[in-house]
Design a protein around this ligand. Structure first.
Ligand code: BGP
Length: 518
């Protein structure tokens, strides 16, 4: 998405990033010391991984019988994508998967989270499957097996078959059955080699950005009832896929199935109990009609009900659905996948309600304007989610976008990404130390890739991709992450001058809260 659209993304309390006065921020005293929560070993079997998604890396958009996805069509729309970029070639992973898996092996990655392109294996979305498309994933899985890398398969990461969109897409009640048919095919063909499955990635994005804001494919701007109907059917689809995987996976007992959210996080602006509770409340609130919340997309599938505040927000626009739907939507999952990028600082406001604390001018950010650097979300996010849903969690995505380039010495020096990952992982280590069951961490992403509406503008990779010649250049962060993996996180405990959560020398979360007092 464009930066302008990004600004509103994940800013769920609707507060703009207007700064507090520099003078107030300067009042905060710089504290030095060793990295807060700086390590403690991760459990022995902690899963260190990397993630990608089909449309973002594969390319080969029309090759070997693949059908069109809504993204193939959306990319052709004028003004939809930065500089009219498309995923037609992307990282050419379809032809270069062996080289990419070799990179993962040299990184020491234990697991690879990838997604299957639905229209590559089922060009019409349902019906006849495409042997050449299936063969591609079979070869990927065999190559991963040889490299000793465990696959985590995301059944659906946004490249929806255009043929099904024409039949009404997620608005059609049958869409849940289409998804079940597609999942059955994957279970039958690949469950001998895939033991860890995520049904779908970030429903907030493919439903909200795709069907409410129109910023992602298919580019629709539905009314509230339409948007909620699409969301409802997507969650029904998730539940059916869980059932299919339980019933058809070759090794049902050894199979783990999860659900992946774009975690919309709040972190307390201070360690005062009232701020901790305010941030918790904000994390699960549905304060408005936007898609940027968690509970609307997680309570139905994990608790079997829609959140009451959200139902009140939508009022008469709530869609009608079968009373048994909610019961059916709640299928037990083995883990919750959290994609964690940033949080808003929240304190208890004067009215007792959660209040977002604005960031001071010049606060550290990623290349993407929506992503402020807020490491504490890696502690508070898993903690709040565990308290509410009591499920083991995997950090299925975490990363930083920058505008990297190859330097004069031929290398890609991405110091900001290293600092970002170090701070976030230090906070994750603190959560794990406190007993929060996080079983793995997947860096987003292995490769620079097609970042949806941002095209090739933002780079998230540990490996730089020169899109002209498809040359891969591992960045400094690749070597850094390799050491983290090899030491099972021990290198994160190296002494640092600032605590991980103090992202500028003068601004601490608590100082932010103080600066906005009165
Ligand atoms: C997540 C998606 C990824 C990836 C990442 C980067 O929402 O699951 O596919 O794109 O975000 O964010 P963005 O593409 O919005 O810059």
């Amino acid at each position: 998405m464009t930066d302008a659209k990004n600004l509103s993304r994940r800013n769920f309390l609707g507060v703009s990033a207007a700064g507090v006065a520099m003078a107030s921020a300067a009042r905060a005293t710089a504290k030095t010391g060793t990295g807060k929560g700086g390590g403690g070993p991760f459990p022995k079997d902690f899963v260190w991984g990397v993630a990608t998604a089909s449309y973002q890396v594969e390319g080969a958009a029309t090759e070997d019988g693949k059908g069109p996805s809504v993204w193939d069509v959306f990319c052709k729309k004028k003004g939809a994508i930065f500089e009219r970029n498309t995923g037609e070639v992307a990282c050419d992973h379809y032809h270069r998967y062996k080289e990419d898996i070799a990179l993962m092996k040299s990184l020491g990655a234990k697991s690879y989270r990838f997604s299957v392109s639905w229209p590559r294996v089922l060009p019409g979305g349902i019906g006849a499957s495409n042997p050449k498309g299936l063969d591609f994933y079979s070869r990927v899985l065999d190559e991963l097996g040889k490299a000793g890398i465990e696959p985590m398969c995301t059944v659906f990461h946004w490249d929806y078959p255009q043929a099904l969109y024409k039949k009404g897409g997620w608005l059609n009640r049958d869409s849940a059955d289409w998804f079940a048919e597609y999942t059955s095919l994957l279970a039958d063909k690949f469950s001998d080699r895939i033991k860890v499955w995520a049904t779908m990635n970030e429903p907030q994005c493919f439903i909200g950005l795709g069907h409410l804001d129109g910023a992602h494919a298919p580019g629709d701007k539905l009314n509230a009832t339409g948007y909620l109907t699409a969301a409802h059917n997507a969650m029904r689809a998730h539940a059916k896929a869980v059932q299919v995987l339980r019933a058809r996976a070759k090794d049902a007992k050894g199979t783990k199935v999860g659900y992946v959210l774009a975690a919309q996080l709040a972190q307390p602006a201070s360690d005062k109990p009232e701020d901790v509770e305010a941030a918790r409340a904000a994390t699960f609130a549905v304060p408005n009609r936007s898609e940027w919340n968690n509970a609307w997309f997680s309570d139905p599938v994990l608790l079997g009900k829609y959140p009451e505040d959200g139902v009140a927000v939508f009022g008469k626009d709530m869609p009608k659905f079968k009373p048994t739907d909610l019961e059916e939507m709640k299928q037990p999952v083995d883990f919750l996948g959290l994609n964690i990028y940033k949080a808003d600082y929240v304190k208890r406001g004067a009215d007792g309600k959660p209040e977002q604390v604005p960031l001071p001018p010049g606060y550290p950010h990623a290349g993407s304007d929506w992503q402020s650097i807020t490491p504490g979300c890696m502690y508070w996010g898993p903690r709040y989610f565990y308290d509410r849903y009591k499920l083991p969690m995997s950090i299925t995505e975490n990363g930083l976008s920058t505008r990297d380039q190859v330097f004069l010495d031929g290398k890609v020096h991405d110091a900001q990404r290293i600092d970002f990952m170090h701070r976030y992982l230090a906070e994750l280590a603190r959560a794990v130390k406190d007993g929060i069951p996080v079983t793995g961490y997947y860096a987003w992403s292995l490769l620079d890739n097609f970042e949806w509406s941002d095209g090739y503008k933002q780079r998230f990779g540990l490996v730089y991709v020169d899109y002209d010649n498809q040359k891969r250049v591992p960045k400094d962060s690749f070597d850094w992450y390799k050491k983290v993996i090899a030491s099972n996180g021990r290198t994160l405990t190296e002494k640092s001058v600032l605590p991980a959560t103090q992202v500028t020398p003068s601004v601490t979360p608590a100082s932010l809260a103080d600066a906005t007092k009165g």
